[in-house]
Design a protein around this ligand. Structure first.
Ligand code: SAH
Ligand code: SF4
Length: 368
């Protein structure tokens, strides 16, 4: 009886070594296979000439590289953002975004197809939940972006004039590896906790992609048990928490799961996380004109977070089909920021990127 091959990308390095030993091969071959894939970007069995033919044949029968087919690819008009519509093996689709800021490339990765949390202003929430992604389906998104970086020069703001036309690999182009990941694509990562943690472990493996913990940010809508678990397990990456409202009523109107995990419980969990981890939390605040962008709202945020090791990321609302609100303008956003500063709260206003291709925060949806 032959089962369908397992996804290579579902395996940690230790699991791959264990698998090889079950097949009767020494760990050295599995370790070489791992480095072919993660260090050299090779998925062609025939090209893995360091591996003995018998091992290759066995591995090829048992494992498949579950990379996603690209159903569509769009580039923002400024060239700094690329959105990939990727197809899963069951035909479901997800989105992964490559963002090029000055000096660094960040992959925005999905953790689920759709999302069950129903935030009113989010296109993924508007489409509803489809399914959880497996660890390998999460890892393969990072590998997709890494492969893009190996083969094309993605223009950087600083070097854009020189590289703007570099659609093909050029000997002068600066090719690089993926270094930064944000789990801010489709889905709620803490609703798919085990798969997401395993994927992060794989991505951090020092003999593989070797992403630094400080280069990974996980964003949650505020799943309290998940935040407590991150603290208990001392997970070393950055945590962002989507706040959007500074009172229970205001927050619950935008983020329905606030009814399940009320603001005071969320704040207790966040304070516990900060104390246990000795690390700041990034709070995300989508700025919606006339709704949560008034000076009163800013003071409420200030009072709520005052004294916490925290930073606020202000995100002017991006348009979505299912929500009417408008983004806060630059001046009002600056004023909001100044009030937060009076409470000792550092903040940033997120650059609006990729809006023309609906690759901005909260704009990822399939079939919307
Ligand atoms: N599910 C996670 C991560 C994905 S969303 C979470 O909610 O945190 C990443 C960020 O984009 C969240 O802070 C989310 O609230 C925000 N966001 C969602 N829709 C948005 C929109 N239309 N405009 C701006 N930000 C949005
Ligand atoms: Fe889900 Fe996050 Fe969108 Fe809310 S904002 S619906 S949690 S993806």
């Amino acid at each position: 009886m032959s089962a369908a091959p397992a996804n290579f990308y579902d395996h940690t390095r230790a699991e791959l070594l264990a698998l090889a030993s079950r097949w009767g091969f020494p760990p050295v071959h599995a370790a070489r296979l791992w480095s072919y894939v993660y260090l050299e970007g090779i998925e062609d069995w025939a090209a893995m000439s360091d591996l003995p033919a018998r091992f290759r044949a066995k591995a090829e029968g048992e494992l498949a590289f579950g990379r996603h087919a690209t159903a569509a690819e769009t580039h923002s008009s400024d060239g700094f953002t690329r959105k990939y519509l990727l197809e899963l093996t069951d035909g479901r689709r997800i989105e992964t975004v490559l963002m090029r800021y000055t000096g660094r490339v960040t992959a925005c990765i999905s953790s689920q197809a759709g999302c069950a949390m129903g935030c009113v202003f989010c296109a993924t929430g508007q489409m509803g939940f489809v399914r959880h992604l497996t660890p390998g389906e999460i890892v393969a998104q990072a590998m997709h972006v890494d492969a893009v970086l190996r083969t094309t020069a993605v223009p950087d703001e600083a070097t854009a004039p020189a590289l703007a036309d570099a659609t093909h690999a050029s000997p002068h182009a600066r090719h690089e590896r993926l270094r930064n990941i944000v789990l801010m694509g489709m889905g709620e990562p803490l609703h798919n906790y085990d798969a997401v943690m395993k994927a992060i472990d794989i991505l951090r493996d020092p003999t593989g992609l070797a992403l630094g913990a400080k280069k990974i940010t996980l964003s949650t809508v505020g799943v309290v048990p998940g935040i407590l678990r991150l603290a208990a397990e001392q997970r070393p990456f950055h945590l962002a928490v989507s706040l959007h409202g500074a009172t229970q009523a205001e927050r619950a109107a935008l983020v329905p799961v606030a009814k399940k995990w009320p603001l005071d419980e969320l704040m207790d969990a966040c304070r516990h996380y900060i104390a246990k981890q000795q690390r700041r939390i990034f709070y995300e605040w989508t700025l919606i004109e006339g709704k949560n962008d008034t000076p009163e709202s800013a003071h409420a945020v200030g009072r709520l977070l005052h004294g916490q090791l925290a930073q606020v990321n202000l995100i002017p609302l991006n348009p979505t089909a299912g929500y009417d609100g408008a983004p806060t303008g630059r001046d009002a956003a600056k004023k909001f920021q100044a009030i937060l500063a009076d409470y000792g709260l550092p903040s940033t206003i997120r650059q609006r990127r990729g809006i023309d291709i609906a690759a901005g925060c909260g704009q990822l949806a399939i079939g919307a």
